[in-house]
Design a protein. Structure first.
Length: 298
């Protein structure tokens, strides 16, 4: 019998039962790929991350990410959950300031920010962002995501963006329009699978509060009806804003993004966009809290 350490970690929040819960599975070198997929399905969380030894000298660990339905290349909130656990529960922050993770999309450096000797946030540097145009009729899009056609903000382009997975970014006029979204999940899943889109990500600058952006994320095509707080999608959004010239291309921009409010799991992401010559560095930070510790017996 194999005994596998399993955790639930709420990411992008300091409050238990807020943010986005990640399954964090240690000892994954004992597991086959099918066992990893079955564990992710059993945990039934948006994403689960599996920690493995790395054979890459430039990385400290290798990680793999699974939804209940399939493996994905990258997951932001699971990265935050894992590295928070390593820093605190495993005491790694007492030994070093950060680590490098080997993922399917490349190396992801993560550092820990401390305040009075305690971990305040973990911050990951995502891979370089890219965008692609995407043609879709407004009436088709509004039907898929369940919003009024005139609530989509046509002042901004509808595009795909990626820092590891492709996300369809949909600009909305205000927070209330985003909260009112009621997607046709079956049709949206089919659409996204056809176009190899991981998530459909709604965003607005009109937040009516202290946040710079408010977002909501749907991913039925990969087995997640709604992802509460998404590090990957919001990182891709920040990269899109930079590449489209919607934020400064000459100075560092700090973004505070709210997500999860519509489903009672509010979370906060702190994103730093740093221009570097012709490229840009996207750093995504947040807090986390451990809610469950357990042993899975196989």
């Amino acid at each position: 019998m194999k005994e596998i350490r399993v955790y639930h970690v709420d990411a992008f929040t300091s409050e238990k039962f807020g943010g986005n819960t990640a399954g964090v599975i240690l000892d994954a070198e004992k597991l086959s790929e099918s066992e990893m997929q079955n564990i992710a399905k059993e945990l039934n969380l948006p994403e689960s991350v599996f920690l493995l030894p790395s054979t890459d000298e430039a990385a400290d660990y290798k990680v793999r990410y699974f939804t209940p339905a399939e493996e994905i290349n990258f997951c932001g909130h699971a990265t935050v959950g894992l590295t928070w656990l390593l820093a605190t529960e495993m005491g790694l922050a007492d030994e070093k300031d950060g680590i490098v993770l080997e993922t399917n999309v490349g190396h992801i450096p993560v550092i820990w920010h401390k305040e009075n000797g305690k971990i305040k946030t973990v911050e990951m540097t995502q891979v370089s962002p890219k965008t692609e145009g995407f043609e879709i009729q407004l009436d088709t899009l509004s039907s898929l995501i369940g919003v009024k056609e005139d609530s989509i903000d046509q002042n901004f382009p509808i595009k795909l963006a990626s820092t590891g997975n492709w996300h369809l970014l949909v600009p909305m006029k205000n927070k209330e329009d985003i909260d009112a979204a009621a997607p046709d999940l079956s049709s949206l899943a089919k659409h996204n699978k056809e176009h190899q889109i991981s998530t459909t990500h709604l965003y607005t600058f009109n937040t009516n509060d202290e946040y710079d952006l408010y977002t909501r994320d749907f991913a039925p095509g990969i087995g997640i009806n709604e992802d509460p707080v998404t590090g990957a999608a919001n990182g891709a959004l920040a990269g899109f804003l930079f590449l489209e010239g919607m934020i400064s291309k000459n100075e560092t921009t700090n973004l505070k993004i709210a997500q999860g409010n519509a489903i009672g799991r509010p979370g906060t992401l702190y994103i730093t966009v740093i221009p570097e010559n012709d490229t840009v560095k996207i750093k995504v930070a947040g807090e986390a809290t451990i809610t469950i510790r357990g042993i899975l017996m196989l």
